[in-house]
Design a protein around this ligand. Sequence first.
Ligand SMILES: [Fe+2]
Ligand SMILES: [Fe+2]
Length: 219
Amino acid sequence: MVPLTKESVVGFFTKDIKSLDDLFMHGLQDLYYAEKQIMKALPDMIEKATNAQLKAGFEKHLAETEGQIERLRQVFELLDADPKGDKCPAIEGILKEGKELMSEIEGDDVMDVGLIAAAQAVEHYEITRYGALIAWATELGRTDCVPAFKANLAEENATDQTLTAMAERRINPKAQEKPAEKPAKSQAKSTARRSKPKSPARPAAKAKRNGTKKARRRA
Ligand SMILES: [Fe+2]
Ligand SMILES: [Fe+2]
């Protein structure tokens, strides 16, 4: 049984989010916090990237992220609220995982491939959150906030697509050479395994079942 603490008791009786308005504000503060964390994480990713195109892509997105934070500040202003971040465990986890991955990778070629995947996890997170904020703002009649969210969302989508294009173009053929061969072989193996007659035990099992049926009929 989870021991009761003062915090858990208070949390049980008092809930901060009681309406869609509250949820909207929480989402905005959450994303404001997330964008600021992303802005802090990007310089390290720029430093680690070795492919010039990837490095330039991260640099561009760092500048965009600064602009996105400014747009979110404007939304706070529209809502007559102070810009305030709410600690977002989701983005902290995604960024922490990316950082750990970077510390474990040896070799520039694989690093770029790992960085693309880590960055895409961040973009996908942001895309879902902006989508929710746009929907909630619309439902609440706060369409004045929507253009800022849409502008940020467009940049996240464009970044995600650029990263996908880089991954598809195989910016690093050396890093992709070996993994690309392995799945092909294992796939061939698994296909071969699947194409074999399923199991010699099956007819026996069928015969056994039939035998049981016959036995039942005899009885
Ligand atoms: Fe962003
Ligand atoms: Fe982003």
